[in-house]
Ligand binder design. Structure first.
Ligand code: ATP
Ligand code: MG
Length: 423
């Protein structure tokens, strides 16, 4: 039985207790983007369905079965974004950001894919996404990877492992395609239904199949790496040199193809074995053809996206000590005290000590009841403002987390007292 209160499958609430890890990830990423010269862009959650069909590719898992697509009230087919790149490229073209310009952009927010929900795989999930447009690489490819590695380091995360590959140019892939079709034709009997269909429409997608029965036949398939065009091979070698010089460890995985059609040349994925089946925490690649494919002037580009939910799970393992910042001081008022006096004290403290977490008791009640709330809030000190304190220009301080008697401090000395005791 469904009730309006049952959340939709695969859609999660992020509760206040979860927030410290989300915020650490978002704040860290934002800080790293800034020092690499990336600027924020925000694009709509809803776009024309056509945009995703044309960019991600008709014969991909996302477009075939994962999109939230519906007609809006004027009958236009619209889709909740399953990823950010298409929208950002669309925004770049429609706002004229790509004419003879280079853009380093980032964005973060929810994405929607109608997948089978399981640990690390949801229907609404979040990505932190970066795109560098107008750069042919491979220098920017290396920068993008270094930037992600810096985020892992600043987070204090156990390093995930990096896999890289080159998909070459579309022309090189066309030659490879016929080799691949011959191979799979010869082993047609071993293909699942999806793969048989893709053999005709998009054979490279077969390599991306997650079907367990398909893994053996995929493992023996001819490698794209052996069909790379010389320019792509040079590009890839230069990227590897730069990663080596920067001390970034990686493995070349010639079977890494990625699940979207728009990639060319460099693709990569950061993986962990600590989350069970959903091991990819950050994936990306170069998409030199996408901008022109969508109607803009040809613009080489590369981007990556990290899966926030999966990284938050890792952060919980590596940084269990994080917790929501409880109030530092909790202000209580005596029976005869006016709320305005307490509020004024709270504002004075917030003005005087930047970042001090001050919680003003709201909702009245006896001092005993207020102390109960103060204690439950996790605050370190209760500050009591009663009639006698007001008359003497003082505040009573009662430590809540450490042993010690309560004592009076003059209002003038309170800020200094807090400043000295805070850290
Ligand atoms: P996967 O192979 O796990 O399906 P993907 O190749 O579809 O991933 P991308 O489209 O490249 O993933 O998205 C980038 C990142 O977003 C992934 O590395 C992963 O961390 C995360 N991600 C993708 N789909 C989901 C999902 N349904 N739920 C949670 N995170 C996801
Ligand atoms: Mg997927």
């Amino acid at each position: 039985m469904t009730t309006p209160l049952a959340p939709l499958r695969g859609m999660n609430d992020v509760l206040p207790d979860d927030s410290p890890w989300w915020q650490l990830l978002e704040d860290t990423a934002r800080g790293v983007f800034e020092v690499y010269g990336f600027r924020q862009i925000r694009v709509p959650l809803l776009e024309r369905t056509e945009l995703f069909r044309r960019s991600i590719g008709e014969v991909t898992d996302i477009v075939e079965k994962e999109m939230y697509t519906f007609d809006d009230r004027s009958g236009d087919s619209v889709t909740l974004r399953p990823e950010a790149t298409a929208g950002i490229v669309r925004a770049g073209i429609s706002n004229g950001l790509l004419h003879n310009q280079q853009q380093r952009l980032w964005c973060m927010g929810p994405m929607f894919r109608y997948e089978r929900p399981q640990k690390g795989r949801y229907r609404q999930f979040h990505q932190i996404d970066v795109e560098a447009l107008g750069y042919p690489g491979p220098d920017i490819d290396a920068e993008m990877i270094l930037m992600s590695a810096r985020i892992w380091r600043e987070l204090g995360l156990t390093m995930p492992s990096l896999e890289i590959n080159s998909l070459g140019t579309p022309e090189a892939r066309a030659a490879y395609r016929s080799v691949l079709v011959d191979y799979f034709e010869a082993r047609r009997g071993e293909l699942d239904e999806d793969s048989v269909r893709r053999l005709a429409s998009n054979p490279m997608r077969i390599l991306d199949s997650k079907h367990p029965d398909m893994q053996a036949v995929i493992a023996e398939a001819p490698l794209l790496t052996e069909h790379l065009d010389p320019a792509s091979a040079t590009h890839f070698a230069a990227l590897r040199d730069m990663l080596d010089a920067a001390g970034i460890e990686y493995r070349v995985n010639p079977r890494l193809v990625r699940g979207l059609d728009y990639y060319s040349r460099t693709v990569f994925e950061w993986l962990t074995d600590r989350l069970g089946a959903q091991g990819a925490v950050c994936s990306g690649g170069r998409y030199d053809g996408l901008v022109s494919q969508l109607g803009g002037r040809a613009t080489p580009a590369i981007g990556w996206a990290m899966g926030v939910e999966r990284l938050v799970e890792l952060l919980r393992l590596d940084r269990p000590e994080l917790s929501a910042g409880a109030a530092e001081v909790y202000i209580l008022m005596g029976d005869e005290t006016r709320v305005g006096d307490g509020m004024q004290l709270a504002e004075t403290l917030r003005d005087g000590l930047r970042g001090l977490r001050v919680q003003l008791h709201c909702g009245g009640g006896s001092l005993k009841a207020q102390f109960r709330r103060a204690d439950r809030s996790g605050a370190r000190w209760a500050l009591v403002l009663g009639q006698s304190e007001l008359e003497r220009g003082e505040v009573t301080v009662k430590p809540l987390r450490e042993v010690g008697e309560q004592f009076a401090v003059s209002r003038d000395a309170l800020l200094d007292w807090l400043r000295n005791r805070r850290v």
